[in-house]
Design a protein around this ligand. Structure first.
Ligand code: N01
Length: 539
């Protein structure tokens, strides 16, 4: 990397963007296309966001590669070639870098620079942003492209820091490969990051101890080289393929064409056929085998039993298999997609430790104390997840009208209108913010929809000579109620998931994302068509 530039003092930006992941990169490209002067700040030394930080072994996207990419440029989507059905992290990072090069994005991004504060100034209706490198810049609009899963969750285990061996967090992995050969490794956590990395770590480690608090549902990926016929078929009419996916509730997976029917009206034989088919196909489509799995707990129990049977069929030691069978509602914690996770527990040097009810008792100088035992380790991998959706936003001292802090405005949980703006914080936009479909969808599709909406909004404001936009408290109240009402009609809020913030001690428990991409898009479009109803626009 080249030497870092001197701190910048510039009061002339139209748009300041925080984060150079997929959201920040496209926002910058969009802004330039509109003739806006934009500055992007990025804490890392490269683009890619989540794919820049999450370099743990086995990191891979669980949305298929032909879908997990930008659609704003047809040339880009035609030119780029994915090599696997589910793209691995290094390839996605290469793609992000390709986009940055192709659209010459780096020129307007300041890397290695963390935004510390952002303050709205009422008389000028502009935001002043300060960074840890001394930059002080102002812009009319502030766009938070900070990502939903980017602030790592490191639990305050007693003795944390005392360990003399090597420690890693999956969400902030080193850039150099980590060699586990001959090492005794402990992995804390059994979410997606753990489930993807455990089979790979087990191939190298001399001993692997997995510390499990909650067993998780996982379906096989059946990853494979990308079928060239399938790639050609999609590329022959990429826009129509994108359009079909945008009509799906999670904005991906239209090609599965699963029948839209409830499990409760199907026979046991039909259940087996549908679940077998989904299991053999691999991927998150399993959850769509029937349309009532996330609505009716009896239907959910049927899917749950099927997965238990599969786990018991793979894992030879029945006590271990029992521990690996999750008890919570299937899907209320995000389902995982794995390559050989359950099989790994058949290896003689891999051990599963149930840490309930006490959890991790301590990190010691020589390893981990849990379940009343001391485990001697050379390496500890913390796969303990993220302070999701709000973590990165609240790490920044954001102050809106009258100096009100975002952290105070959200003390009882995040409150937004459309997941795009917060009452009292004019000209602030949150890409894939809480209250929008975000993490319950193909993220790139949601990101593009938000960036396009923000672009349209700024265009409209310019044409109509408005200099500030801000959600009304009433519209925000109604929206928060809507998001909660949608979630409470489902089984999603039924367990301690990060969707609810329940994985971070002390975080207010509220279901943060909104279910259902197509109705959400319709609502956003309606709001715009009606002159940005629900927003106050000042001249
Ligand atoms: O994090 P998680 P993640 N003591 O929160 C455990 C996306 N993602 O990084 O369930 C002991 O899911 C915790 O236990 P429990 C994806 O959206 C995508 O794995 O809270 N254990 C859990 O087992 C995913 O959902 C991909 O009881 C503690 C684990 O740590 C999201 O990122 C790949 C603990 C954390 O699991 C997060 O996944 C990877 C404590 N104090 C991630 N605190 C793709 O494929 C936490 N745990 C695209």
């Amino acid at each position: 990397m080249s030497a870092l530039p001197d701190p910048e003092v510039d009061v002339g930006f139209d748009l300041i963007v925080v984060g150079a992941g997929f959201a920040g990169m496209y926002m910058l490209h969009k802004a330039r296309g509109m003739g806006l002067r934009a500055r992007v700040f990025e804490a890392g030394d490269g683009v890619g966001g989540t794919w820049y930080w999450n370099r743990y072994p086995g990191a891979r996207c669980d949305v298929e590669s032909m879908e997990y990419s930008y659609q704003f440029s047809n040339d880009l989507q035609q030119d780029w070639h994915w090599t696997e059905r589910f793209a691995p992290q290094p390839e996605i990072l290469r793609y992000a870098n390709h986009v940055a090069d192709r659209f010459d994005l780096r020129a307007d991004i300041r890397f290695d620079t963390r935004v510390q504060s952002a303050q709205f100034d009422e008389p000028s209706a502009r935001w002043t942003v300060r960074t840890d490198r001394g930059d002080v810049v102002t812009g009319q609009y502030l766009v938070m492209a900070t990502g939903c899963l980017s602030s790592t969750n490191m639990p305050a285990f007693p003795g944390l820091g005392s360990f003399k061996g090597q420690s890693y967090h999956t969400g902030a992995w080193p850039h150099e490969p980590v060699d586990f050969t001959g090492k005794r490794v402990g992995v804390i956590g059994t979410g997606s990051s753990a489930i993807q990395s455990i089979p790979i770590i087990a191939r190298q480690a001399s001993e692997l101890v997995v510390f499990q608090r909650t067993a998780n549902y996982s379906v096989p990926a059946h990853n494979a080289p990308l079928d060239p016929d399938y790639e050609a078929e999609v590329k022959a009419d990429y826009p129509a393929f994108r359009e079909r996916n945008s009509q799906m509730m999670a904005a991906f997976g239209s090609r599965l064409q699963v029948p839209d029917r409830p499990a409760l009206s199907a026979t046991p034989e039909e259940h087996r056929q549908a679940f077998d088919k989904a299991w053999e196909r691999g991927g998150l489509g399993f959850q769509r085998s029937f349309n009532d799995l996330m609505i009716d707990s009896r239907a959910n129990e049927i899917a749950k039993s099927y997965v238990h049977e599969r786990i018991r069929g793979i894992v030879k030691d029945q006590a271990t298999a029992d521990l690996l069978c999750p008890t919570q509602v299937l899907g209320c914690k995000r389902m995982c997609v794995d390559s050989g996770y359950f099989d790994t527990f058949n290896l003689p040097h891999v051990k599963l430790v149930d840490i309930r009810p006490k959890g991790i008792e301590a990190i010691t100088p020589t390893g981990v104390r849990a379940a009343g035992q001391d485990f001697e380790l050379d390496v500890i991998v913390y796969a303990t997840g993220f302070d999701a959706m709000t973590g990165s936003l609240l790490k920044i001292d954001i102050r809106g009208r009258d100096g009100v802090m975002l952290a105070d405005a959200w003390s009882a949980g995040p409150r937004t209108y459309l997941g795009l703006n917060v009452a009292g914080f004019p000209n602030l936009f949150t890409i894939s913010g809480p209250g929008s479909p975000s993490v319950l969808t193909n993220m790139i599709v949601s990101i593009e929809q938000h960036v396009n909406w923000i672009g349209g909004c700024i265009d409209w404001m310019r044409a109509n000579r408005r200099r500030s936009i801000e959600a009304t408290p009433q519209a925000q109240e109604e929206w928060v109620g809507h998001v909660n009402a949608v979630a409470s009609g489902t089984l999603y809020p039924g367990c301690n998931s990060w969707y609810l913030g329940a994985n971070v001690p002390g975080k207010t428990r509220v279901f943060m994302p909104l279910l259902g991409f197509p109705p959400y898009v319709e609502r956003c479009n309606q709001v715009a068509a009606n002159g940005y109803e629900g927003f106050e626009l000042r001249a």
